[in-house]
Ligand binder design. Sequence first.
Ligand code: PRP
Length: 184
Amino acid sequence: MIKKEILITSAAIDRRVAEIADVISRDYEGKEVLLIGILKGAFVFMADLIRKLHLSCKVDFVRLASYGTGTVSSGKIMITKDIETPIKGKNVLIVEDIVDTGLTLSFLVEKLKERDPHSLKVCVFLDKKERRKTPFEADYIGFDIPDRFVVGYGLDFNEMYRFLPDICEIKDSQEIGEENGRSM
Ligand code: PRP
């Protein structure tokens, strides 16, 4: 069993998601919004967020993957499951669990801009600013966190622990190094 420590409790998450939802609801008052969740990690945050918004919103999902073999990523991203909704002229809000190097979101934002939405913003639950490889700033941020390997609330370690209600830090650095080869 891997050693884990709670970094952000589910109660703190609940309060913060409500705060962000209030800000988003104010910013988009009277408008219709399409929320685009990035699979898989964003599904928990997205589910909580939409239920706290006081807005008429629709949802869609995209799945992205980075090229490369094993644990070594080339940094090139591709869409493996596209959204099913045309976004031309729409207010689009991308919802993501975490921004790390910034490569995933920079790629998606550029791709979606080509489809000519009326507005395009990004809401991330966690932001690891010190890990950026490309400049990227989200419009809404749940929590800024240091460069620690975190799981729970949708985030995984080898597909495990997405179900945890808290954000937990994995303390067993050997396990992470051996099995994952990357710091996240
Ligand atoms: C994670 C996370 C983001 C991305 C962030 O996804 O959900 O999509 O990495 O990293 P970046 O800022 O360095 O690009 P992951 O590939 O682990 O897939 P998952 O959401 O299915 O767990």
